[in-house]
Design a protein around this ligand. Structure first.
Ligand code: NAP
Length: 257
């Protein structure tokens, strides 16, 4: 199937590794001109070469001015953005008693405000072209809270609510907004969370893994490639009647219908 992505300008946030990188790779493979952003310029440059991204711009997603500067550079060097993939570093794991006021505030900036700021900066070019896609990488916590991830459980549903509202507000300009909700996809983040659970409980990492895999109907973690393929589809011409939805990539793990 031709996804119709050839030549489209895409910006993928938090793309030096993991889900962002896999999404950028899938878009670039379909012929999109992809800009990747995250904090480590050297790593971004290496990844851009590897996946065929057109531009790599260092950006701290927790800072409004850094986001504005990155989007301006993409617009200048590649032309108006028509596909935006909102993504960020994972918020800290923890419970109500362990998360500090500062962590709540910085996570709000990183998880929630970064998506709003990127979208605000990218919308004008989408509106001018009467074509746009905003794909938000969220989490299965938008539907089913994850024990020990209270920050994700609070802010991801907020982002999904924002995205659903935005979808209606920008539909008249042919801008489609969706969310992709990963369950457990094998990345550095999943490794860190599994290791933290092992250290906290004093149980071997293999036991934690076995238990978590057993809870997934497909009996394995997902691959970044499987996740990236879904993002590329949602960003594509072929998904032209799909907006305001949350698409799960979770191997069936969320138990709701
Ligand atoms: N993997 C999963 O199964 C899963 C499940 C549910 C939700 N999620 C969520 O999906 C998102 C991506 O997950 P992942 O597994 O790909 O995580 P990851 O492997 O830890 O990658 C995180 C990315 O975020 C970037 N980043 C972190 N802080 C940043 C900042 N302040 N400004 C700019 N970039 C920043 C990192 O690059 P730099 O260090 O270069 O900045 C890196 O590219 C996370 O929010 C995670 O919580 C993942």
């Amino acid at each position: 199937m031709d996804l119709g992505l050839s030549g489209k300008v895409a910006l993928v946030a938090a793309a030096s590794q993991g889900l962002g990188m896999a999404s950028a790779r899938a878009l670039a493979a379909e012929g999109a001109r992809v800009a990747i952003i995250s904090r480590r310029q050297e790593e971004l440059d290496r990844v851009a070469l590897e996946i065929g991204a057109a531009l790599a711009v260092a950006c701290d997603l927790s800072k409004a001015e850094s986001i504005a500067a990155a989007v301006e550079r993409v617009n200048e060097e590649l032309g108006g953005i028509s596909i935006l993939v909102n993504n960020c570093g994972g918020p800290p794991a923890g419970t109500f008693d362990s998360i500090s006021e500062e962590q709540w505030i910085s996570s709000f900036e990183q998880v929630f405000l970064s998506a709003l700021r990127l979208t605000r900066a990218a919308l004008p070019s989408m509106r001018a072209a009467k074509w746009g896609r905003v794909v938000n990488i969220v989490s299965s916590s938008v539907e089913q809270p994850i024990p020990g991830l209270i920050v994700s459980n609070a802010f991801r549903p907020a982002l999904a609510g924002w995205a659903k509202t935005l979808a209606s507000e920008v539909a008249a300009d042919n801008i489609l907004v969706s969310c992709v909700a990963p369950g457990r996809i094998l990345t550095a983040r999943t490794e860190t969370l599994d290791r933290a659970a092992s250290e906290k409980t004093g149980r071997p990492l293999e036991d934690i893994r076995r238990e978590r895999v057993a809870a997934v109907p497909l009996k394995r973690y997902g691959t970044p490639e499987e996740f990236g393929a879904t993002v590329a589809y949602l960003a594509s011409e072929r998904a032209s009647y799909l907006t305001g939805s949350v698409v799960r990539v979770d191997g069936g793990a969320v138990s709701a219908i």
